[in-house]
Design a protein around this ligand. Sequence first.
Ligand code: 2AM
Length: 491
Amino acid sequence: MSAPTGDIGLIGLAVMGQNLILNMNDKGFTVVAYNRTTSKVDDFLANEAKGTNVQGAHSIQELCAKLKRPRKIILLVKAGPAVDSFIQQLEPYLEKGDIIIDGGNSHYPDSIRRTQELEAKGLLFVGSGVSGGEEGARHGPSLMPGGSTAAWPAIKQIFQKTAAQVNGEPCCDWVGETGSGHYVKMVHNGIEYGDMQLIAEAYDILKRGLGIHESEIADIFTTWNKGVLDSFLIEITANILKFNDDDGVPLVTKILDKAGQKGTGKWTAIAALDAGTAVTLIGEAVFARCLSAIKDERVRASKVINGPQKEPFRGDKQQFIDDLEQALYASKIISYTQGFMLMRETAKELSWNLNYAGIARMWRGGCIIKSVFLGDITSAYEKKEDLESLLFDDFFNKAVHKAQPGWRRVIAQAVLWGIPTPAFSTALAFFDGYRSEVVPANLLQAQRDYFGAHTFRVVSGKENPRLPQGQDIHINWTGRGGNVSASSYSA
Ligand code: 2AM
């Protein structure tokens, strides 16, 4: 048999897989394609891949035989058992140092497990987030690979050439260890939920609050897209709002207001709760979709629960629209601040060395949350690799300070109107909590000790012989009951 010529193999010829193959082929790599239903290999070679250098394989053995060493095989199959099944089928034909890459929507704990299992067998595993849908896969996705660090030098060139490019820089870099690639993709999706919810709230305020028609709202978004909010999601929102049905009515107004979800936003919110990190905006974005889903109940409620009397807006309309732009920007800064907090916390817990500037760079293009703003986040982490919070970066610190007055005015007005702004409001609540030296958790601690002897500690400077520093203290608040609490000092 002649020497293998395949640079990389790809299993899974659904649309994403096919497009990624064609993209890698365009970049000069020889791809070997395989699919469980092998007739799809023939169809693909005879149609979409006709005239390219793509090779086909009709068995796993043939696929592996056609690949140069170390073999690199990307799986783009349904997340879950299909991934494990292919890993199992590949193992007998692989040799030490060969690399299996999972480019599907796997949940990160599976990628952690797979990295460990394959490394124990001398193989390498990469779990890679792939974002940008079919279009991204074909012309340049955002790629977020993490896993066996030793795999990166072998796949770097293929990945970075295949990814989207922004200002000559690839939207792909090494994320970190084990499941971090899929983790970062999950957070990306959560942030996407947040960005979309913020935009939806801005639309609601413009429409129901100021009474502006969709076509004019589209113009406002188009203007915003030239400023700090310049992003794919703002751009498509303007296009959506301009899109009229045959009768000239904006199509968006005919769409049922029940949002679906596939679960990655929920995964992010759950991960945040597990990590004990206040990722409130993504949480609210998920809950807003849940509330939207109970349409029938909302219709019944709307008949019996009244909001405030609608007062016409008497202020300066343009000023308010500018305030809204700032409110959206500030809330977005908070959302990304929270997202990076979550990644930092998880990295600490799982001993990952995450490449934060690289993560922002990966999201700058090729994916749904792509924006100019992510370039500013990249710069912040390039300036200070171990930045504690985006809000400590000069650029973002100044930006939220500038946005703050307008942000508050918008939320206050929305509250008076009775227009829900869960994402805007939770962002501001987080901001006010985060910048508070003192929060009322002293009272929570007192309550916990009162009813459950959960103990508390005293603030420095407030100690006395009965209330020493640095000790878990329980007080008998009622004079009744015992002084017993778990391993504490009873005063
Ligand atoms: P198929 O064409 O043979 O169905 C997207 O569904 C991709 O994942 C397809 O390439 C599909 O292969 C593959 N896939 C889905 N479930 C699978 C499974 N249980 N085993 C192998 N491949 C699977």
